[in-house]
Design a protein around this ligand. Structure first.
Ligand code: ZN
Length: 217
């Protein structure tokens, strides 16, 4: 297994764990052993689309992430962001709100020779995903914040054919992009600032208008 040239395919929904078990187990081995090229050798998570030309909608997390109890399982299947409020409470009495936004310096395993990029993300999100249960799937709905939320949004973007550096596929070759901010292809290669957050907003399946996050189910 290896990280392949970044493509822009949308990952296909998974119907049962049986469909992906072999690939998922291989990806779990890969995330811990590599080998990886470039700057990053301890990934938090890798999406299936980063290693496959026929991508299925799942990502795996490392044992370090699992040890922090950010997720319940190595394999996170059919991830969806179902709510991302514009604001979040910071006071116990719900009178103090702040913008539900956070910035991370993110690396991306699909661009191993590039430097990290500052990406705006939602901090608090409500998500739905599935984890393996025997050969089937168990659905989980919960809130994520902090690094777990950032990981989820980053991997989710990959499954929608997006990444932190480029919005659309470009005519340049993969190796021409390595470590370069711009290429001869021109403006289409401009990094899209705030891509993660903007894209996450477009992909909220419910409303993102509500401020009263806690009262929604
Ligand atoms: Zn990535």
């Amino acid at each position: 297994m290896e990280i392949i040239k970044c493509h822009y395919k949308i990952s296909k929904p998974v119907n049962s764990y049986r469909e992906i078990k072999k690939e998922a187990e291989e990806l779990i081995r890969f995330i811990h052993t590599g080998p990886f090229n470039g700057n990053w050798n301890k990934p938090f998570a890798i999406a299936h689309c980063q290693v496959s030309e026929t991508p299925m909608a799942f990502f795996v997390v490392s044992k370090d992430v699992l040890a922090e109890k950010m997720f319940e399982h190595f394999v996170i299947i059919n991830p969806k962001i179902i709510e991302a409020p514009a604001e979040k409470d910071i006071g116990a009495d719900s009178t103090m709100n702040t913008i539900n936004e956070i910035e991370y310096q993110e690396p991306c395993m699909s661009f191993p020779f590039r430097t990290t990029k500052m990406v705006k993300r939602y901090d608090l999100i409500k998500v739905r995903y599935q984890i393996p249960k025997w050969y089937g799937l168990k659905t989980i709905e919960r809130q994520l914040t902090g690094i777990a939320s950032e990981i989820f949004q980053h991997e989710y973007d990959h499954m929608q054919g997006r990444n932190i550096y480029f919005e659309t596929e470009t005519p340049v070759k993969w190796w021409e992009l390595i470590g370069k901010e711009r290429s001869k292809a021109g403006t289409s290669l401009e990094p899209a600032e705030g891509l993660g957050l903007e894209r996450a907003k477009e992909n909220i399946t419910n409303t993102s208008k509500t401020k009263d996050y806690a009262k929604r189910d």
